[in-house]
Design a protein around this ligand. Structure first.
Ligand SMILES: [Zn+2]
Length: 219
């Protein structure tokens, strides 16, 4: 890998894209706001309705600021190649990557990240790290942006009855070189690295998402 020397925000190209595709990209914008920048999240919350229809000025500001936050983390975070364990930009990604694989890559990355973030947000609440009211604000923004907050793949079980998506933690551990580090939220704009996940608690979060979505599982 080489470090990029520029990020191109080509708005002529962006505005030529279909609305659902443009809106999907906002999942990573919400992600970088919730892990890095509370005031940017406040702005996203205020402008969520304009962003949902990809209103030009709002979308361009969101893209530029998000690119800046991603780039400054990579350029100034002191670990451009992510050799250390902390990868805040991978928030919500352990489940997202695995759901993409489970779907046979029919599920888009952005949609998977939106669902993966919801899962880790609920886990952060159940662990007592993130206030429930802050979790509700983030999930509400995702919903306004018409990003998914649940996917039936979360409820899929393996032949021996295990929750299949949890295998994503093992895959993520391998991807990180053997030592698991997952960022969880302690507030909007703030996170902490954790190295162990309580699988039973994660399953409770999945059930909570499943119930909120009104999804019933055939046993
Ligand atoms: Zn991503």
């Amino acid at each position: 890998f080489a470090v990029a020397w520029a990020t191109l925000d080509d708005f002529l190209f962006l505005h030529s894209q279909p609305l659902p595709l443009k809106r999907a990209g906002l999942a990573e914008v919400v992600k970088v706001a919730v892990v890095k920048d509370a005031s940017f999240f406040n702005w996203l919350e205020t402008n969520a309705s304009a962003l949902a229809v990809c209103e030009r000025d709002a979308l361009e500001y969101a893209v530029e600021h998000s690119a800046l936050l991603h780039a400054s983390h990579i350029a100034c975070g002191g670990d451009a190649f992510e050799l250390g364990s902390s990868r805040p930009l991978d928030f919500g990604h352990w489940a997202a990557h695995y759901m993409e694989t489970m779907s046979g890559y029919t599920l888009g990355h952005a949609e998977a990240v939106s669902v993966g973030m919801c899962l880790d947000i609920l886990y952060s609440v159940r662990k007592g790290w993130l206030p429930a009211a802050e979790a509700e604000r983030i999930i509400s923004v995702l919903k306004t942006l018409e990003l998914p907050v649940f996917h039936p793949l979360l409820s899929r079980r393996t032949e021996n009855g295990a929750c299949e998506v949890l295998k994503g933690l093992e895959a993520f551990r391998e991807h990180l070189g053997g030592h698991l580090t997952v960022l969880m939220l302690t507030g909007i704009g703030w996170g902490k690295d954790v190295h162990e996940i309580d699988a039973a608690l994660m399953e409770e979060c999945i059930r909570e998402m499943q119930e909120a979505a009104g999804y019933s599982v055939q046993e």
